[in-house]
Design a protein around this ligand. Structure first.
Ligand code: GBH
Length: 437
């Protein structure tokens, strides 16, 4: 539960920023407007059995049309920063060629609207909505996609580079490779380990190429990447080897190329014939120096042979264990194992089965406790010497939760999808009190 001693800004390092985050496909809707092309998520959502409630992001939170009032909503929370993503198919409807002016203009309105309200814009280039036309020629398994991504990054940076506080290349490349091409839970829904590792390599190559392009164009920009990370804990000493593999495939497979310019040898051997084809020079490109690392943390992995669960654990509506100490341990370990730039927690949050009460309120005490616990874990890491500069709650509002459709609610703000009414949950009020303390 939430502690009695209330967190305030004074507990955090000077200039620490509090923000909220979203992504394009999860909130925008308006998929046929402004010249937007199709993305792999439009296709995926039409395939039977892919999305739990058979929905899609076609309307979502209708943010595309509610932009001005959503900007006011963000402002009302008193936060310093807003993290959003740009939909590649709004900028290049078929993934290559001429920029689509209406797409650029939409994000320029968003960025200007934030700045006018005194909120820092933090832009993510790729939060999973690959143009379908690129998927038609193999998606991220096609090496050319990395070069197309760098071109897209150039277009966005030319227009918005001077107006945003930071640019992240990719959100969670583990999800857009392993979860998408091996586990098949996300678009394009493949079940092919070799393809997934080739996709992961091309995502990282695309990240490196985009970094190079954006640096050239805008040497003063603040550039980085967002990784989903989580420590793996062995249940018993006998589970240690399996935990090393879990850590290696989830964390080190991405961290090592980006921060050391090499793949982890134990996991390369573990993948055997599935290991990706690389070209000379790729890892030099991938290890481009970064200005920040974005860390998305939701839960830990608990590695036990019989699949046992940790005793006394609590779980969110996703079935993910609530384990704030994992965030502290992760940050401390990152700082000791790698030479890192400043860190931002770019996502952290929890789904709970919220209900809008007769009192027009949502009493989500569990979510408040989740945020409180994880912010304290950030503080513990910061006191242990980790350079954490900010925290973005996931998410600003309830939205399209990928394969779970609208069945899971992660928002600080409740969305009534029938009316598009937004209602501040108790957690939003709690976060607002912290941000304005
Ligand atoms: C983020 O992904 C996304 O960036 C965001 O768009 C999304 O809405 C949000 O999380 C909530 O899902 O799957 O049981 O093995 C987070 C994806 C979640 C993947 C935790 C790994 C580990 C637990 N990660 N998951 S499990």
């Amino acid at each position: 539960a939430q502690r009695a001693d209330i967190l305030t800004r004074a507990d955090f390092p000077a200039h620490f920023i509090f923000g909220v985050a979203t992504s394009a496909y999860q909130i925008e809707g308006a998929v046929h407007e402004g010249g937007r092309g199709e993305s792999i998520w439009d296709t995926f959502c039409r395939e039977p059995g892919r999305i739990k409630d058979h929905t899609s992001g076609e309307v979502a939170c209708d943010h595309y049309h509610c932009l001005e009032s959503d900007l006011d909503l963000i402002k009302s929370l008193g936060v310093d920063a807003y993290r959003f993503s740009v939909a590649w198919p709004r900028i290049q409807p078929s993934g290559t060629g001429e920029a689509n002016e209406a797409g650029l203009a939409f994000y320029e309105r968003l960025v200007d609207g934030l700045t006018q309200r005194g909120i820092e814009p933090h832009l993510t280039l790729y939060h999973w909505d690959l143009p379908q036309a690129l998927q038609d020629v193999g998606g991220w398994t096609n090496r050319q996609t990395a070069f197309h991504f760098a071109e897209y990054a150039r277009i966005v940076t030319e227009r918005l580079g001077n107006k945003v506080r930071s640019i992240a290349t990719l959100n969670e490349p583990w999800c857009s490779s392993i979860l998408s091409y091996q586990i098949g839970e996300h678009a394009p829904g493949w079940h092919n380990t070799g393809a997934a590792l080739s996709a992961a390599h091309h995502l990282m190559l695309g990240h490196g190429l985009a970094m190079r392009e954006m640096r050239r164009l805008n040497p003063s920009a603040t550039l980085g990447i967002v990784l989903n990370l989580g420590p793996a804990y062995p249940a018993t000493p006998a589970d240690e080897p399996a935990a090393r593999i879990a850590d290696g495939t989830f964390n080190r497979w991405f961290l090592d190329p980006i921060f050391r310019g090499e793949y982890p040898q134990d996991i390369w051997a573990h993948y055997g014939a599935y290991a990706p084809e690389t070209e000379p020079g790729d890892l030099e490109i991938i290890r481009a120096p970064l200005d920040f690392l974005g860390v998305n943390y939701y839960t830990r992995s608990y590695v036990a042979k019989g699949g046992d669960k940790p005793s006394g654990a609590e779980y969110t509506d996703m079935g993910w264990e609530v384990y704030p100490d994992g965030l502290r341990d992760l940050l401390v370990r990152l700082e000791s194992d790698y030479t890192l730039p400043p860190i931002y927690i770019t996502e952290n949050g929890a789904a709970y089965p919220d209900v809008l009460g007769q009192d027009e309120a949502v009493h989500d005490a569990e979510r408040v406790a989740y945020f409180d616990g994880h912010l304290r874990a950030v503080l513990a890491a910061s006191r242990a010497g980790v350079d954490v500069r900010g925290y973005f709650a996931w998410s600003l509002m309830d939205n399209f939760e990928w394969a779970f459709g609208y069945t899971k609610r992660f928002g600080l703000v409740y969305v009534d999808y029938a009316t598009q009414q937004r209602v501040l949950k108790d957690s939003a009020k709690w976060y607002q009190a912290l941000a304005t303390s």
